[in-house]
Ligand binder design. Sequence first.
Ligand SMILES: Nc1ncnc2c1ncn2[C@@H]1O[C@H](COP(=O)(O)OP(=O)(O)O)[C@@H](O)[C@H]1O
Ligand SMILES: [Mg+2]
Length: 343
Amino acid sequence: MKFFSLFTQELAIDLGTANTLIIQDGKIVVDEPSIVAIDRKTGQTIAVGHKAMQMHEKTHESIKTVRPLKDGVIADFTAAENMIKGMIQMIGKRRRLFSHLKMVICIPSGITEVEKRAVFESADHVDSKETYLIYEPLAAALGIGLDVEEPVGNMVIDIGGGTTEIAVIALSGIVCDQSIRIAGDEFTSDIMTYMRHQHNILIGERTAEKIKIEVGSALTELDNPPDDIAVNGRDLMTGIPKQITVNYSEIAGCLDKSISKVEDAVLKALEATPPELAADIYKTGIYLTGGGALLRGLDKRIAQRTRLTVHVADDPLRAVVRGTGIALKNTDRFSFLIDRKNV
Ligand SMILES: Nc1ncnc2c1ncn2[C@@H]1O[C@H](COP(=O)(O)OP(=O)(O)O)[C@@H](O)[C@H]1O
Ligand SMILES: [Mg+2]
């Protein structure tokens, strides 16, 4: 057994729309934005992850940046594969000759059979000998520390970059789920639109994301409000760079519509939940994960709307990869893992 493990490399990969994380030997060894920079002429990948993100929105005509999974589907198969390759290479040359590579890859639950096959193929191309896929809500539930095998219903809401996935999990399966394309990216674009209309200032995606993280809020009144921040952009009237001050209440106002859509989807998922499981959720409450769970006041707002207890997972940006890591250690036990024969 020991001999065998010496020649095995095991990876748990969270292939997120915004961030890709990899766990090896129980440690997070990769945590990078899901983006690649490509040379338009040769089609070659120039950079992956943080390096590619630094180029984002600053490219010239011969370079483009691509987020291969932007909307929860694989928009660009080649870019997705090159991204996976690049991220695995970041771990370094720890692979030995004849090593047996085993991977569990977490995927958005909305992806199609064709996309699943493409993920398996990409795994083949990095020489994986044993590959499993896991749906994001199950990985999130495992990462939160829920016992997914029990005959007890739990509701998990994962608010990522491209999609919000709302799922009720019981007996090792997803009983009902809702996936909507309103999540962190949409919040960011709401902020860009608001800045243009309200303050006549053009800002980029990264500045908008910074605003969201620093003063973003789901409620117009918070108990512990963040300080106002200064924002730089280009004045629409004069064309000259300018600076304005932004406070959290106005950001809460501009995010209101999108957050309502998330709430509506949560209510829809609750309505679709079989009564015995609904009774469980009444007791256990709702769990929030994904980067969107960090938005100030979101837990409170969902709690007010649903009248249920809402828990924010510890370290919500990493719950899914931690859960995928748990799945990796239990590939012979968890029946919900998808292997090649299932697709
Ligand atoms: N503190 C924060 N407040 C609000 N949103 C955040 C915060 N931190 C990260 N996010 C957002 O979370 C999203 C990424 O979450 P993540 O769970 O990594 O997504 P995915 O699983 O789709 O890759 C991004 O839209 C990012 O802007
Ligand atoms: Mg995710």
